[in-house]
Design a protein around this ligand. Structure first.
Ligand SMILES: [Zn+2]
Length: 284
């Protein structure tokens, strides 16, 4: 190769590197680079139905945004009937239900904690049907429970985790979860310093499954789900790296059925935000 050929080759390498380089949060220049990469590899057009806004792992549920029937997890199981899901921790009672996928993630998390000698976990509450939530609301009152349809427990993606040693604020289980739950797709949904945003008192026991890489981003930026969804809505697209893999996360408003581009050779997951859009997460 002559001198100019060699220079062109190096230039080509630099351009290629910029196009495929993983991007940190934001970053206009790198954001553009990722758009170029996307237009080259995203070939398949798919139709997204308005219904999908109300389904998935990133649904925001609070006093303003109730659970839609189609948002309830379709894999809810009674944990006591699936012995392999209850290994290394206790259930408050045999009636506790949860999404099977979330229960598996919880199991992985508990086993990791046991490896750190933190091993007194208890599930106090999981999935609640609208009827159960209504009963709880009537018993506990509006200061302590949410009306039917306005609780994350109605999704099957949230659980109240306890310790058999002491209250979660003081228990090693509470401390361990605060530091590590994000690695397993969970977030502490109602942190002490975000009450003004969540409008729910600090609940050191209430964890919500959102899945990776979202829990990692939320942990790093100290986002509540409200803040994270607002952020995605604002930036429309971001790329993040987790365990060496590059994820592209895109937000699309969906006021009616729309058509979007997805990659034809990479795994992707679509979740609604339960408000007015969907989030497409493309895996490495
Ligand atoms: Zn709860």
């Amino acid at each position: 190769m002559n001198k100019w050929g060699c220079l062109s080759f190096i230039l080509l390498l630099v351009v290629a590197y910029k196009v495929v380089q993983p991007v940190a949060l934001g970053g206009q220049e790198l954001h553009d680079a990722s758009n170029q990469a996307r237009s080259r590899s995203y070939k398949t057009m798919i139709r997204v139905e308005k219904e999908q806004v109300y389904q998935g792992y990133l649904l925001l549920v609070n006093k303003d945004y109730p659970v839609h029937r189609q948002g309830v997890s379709t894999d809810v199981v009674k944990l006591s009937k699936h012995g392999y899901l209850v290994d290394g921790y206790l259930l408050h009672d045999d009636s506790i239900q949860l999404s099977e996928k979330v229960a598996k993630a919880f199991l992985d998390m508990v086993h990791a904690a046991i490896g750190d000698d933190v091993n007194h976990f208890l599930i106090n509450s999981g999935y609640r049907s609208f009827e159960e939530q209504n009963k709880l609301y009537k018993q506990m009152g509006s200061d302590y429970a949410l009306p039917a349809g306005n609780s994350e427990h109605n999704l099957g993606l949230s659980l109240d985790i306890g310790s058999t040693l002491k209250k979660m604020e003081q228990a090693p289980e509470g401390k361990w979860l605060k530091e590590n739950a994000w690695k397993y797709g969970f977030v502490l949904r109602y942190p002490e310093d975000k009450v003004d945003i969540t409008r729910i008192q600090y609940e050191p026991w209430h964890y919500r499954y959102v899945g990776l890489p979202h829990s990692a981003i939320m942990q790093e930026s100290q986002f509540t789900l409200e803040e994270y969804l607002d952020y995605l809505n604002e930036v429309k697209e971001m790329t993040t790296t987790f365990e060496g893999g590059s994820y592209v996360i895109s937000y699309y408003p969906v006021s009616e059925n729309v058509t979007i581009q997805v990659p034809n050779n990479r795994k992707y997951v679509i979740s609604g935000d339960n408000r007015e859009g969907i989030i497409v997460t493309v895996f490495p």
